[in-house]
Design a protein around this ligand. Sequence first.
Ligand SMILES: [Fe+2]
Length: 231
Amino acid sequence: MMTRREMMTAGALLAMPALAPAQNQASGFTLPRLPYAFDALEPYIDAQTMQIHHDKHHQAYVDNLNKAVGADPALARLSVEELLQRLDTVPAAIRTQVRNQGGGHANHSLYWQILCPASKSGKPSGDLAAALERSFGGQDKFEEKLQAASLGVFGSGWAWLSVDQGKNLVLDSAPNQDSPLLVGKRPLLGIDVWEHAYYLKYQNRRADYLKAILQVINWEFVSAKYHEAMG
Ligand SMILES: [Fe+2]
């Protein structure tokens, strides 16, 4: 099904001279580029997993979100974050789709950014380092709790480090593609524990995937997200 903008673009193209190139204008929500190569997280996250995860799974969330909101110009103008933050105002007929597909789009868009090659992973800095110390007893303790929260997800879901409305750091988990944005929190770091994130390399060994992914966290990015959320 074409989105409203695709239909407008298609209509505009039909009205143009026959020799005009049939450009496919960007429309609606789009898949963000991966900010590094598929194999950049090797050996911790393998290239094939990254390629399928980004090009197939994330693309499907984007496509399905566009199908859900494409016919509603008022919704199509909003960012995916805004859609999730005001889900209760989304028409009931598409609310579940926006929650699932919009959540999938927002969560994965963040996930690609919170990862980076191991050589660039670094450490939490500045205010985030201090907040992790206050809230969890430091980075090591935080990572232990993050692993426990991730392991504790029954079935598919995510573990989240977020900032709540009281500006506190919170660590919890959520099922499916439920975003912290749904409950007024600002996500800083999300660990995808759907099997599609790790099954090719780690099969059923979720704990091994969790140990590995901690080697490729982009702490500079997460620290900047914290600063932004506290601002
Ligand atoms: Fe995923």
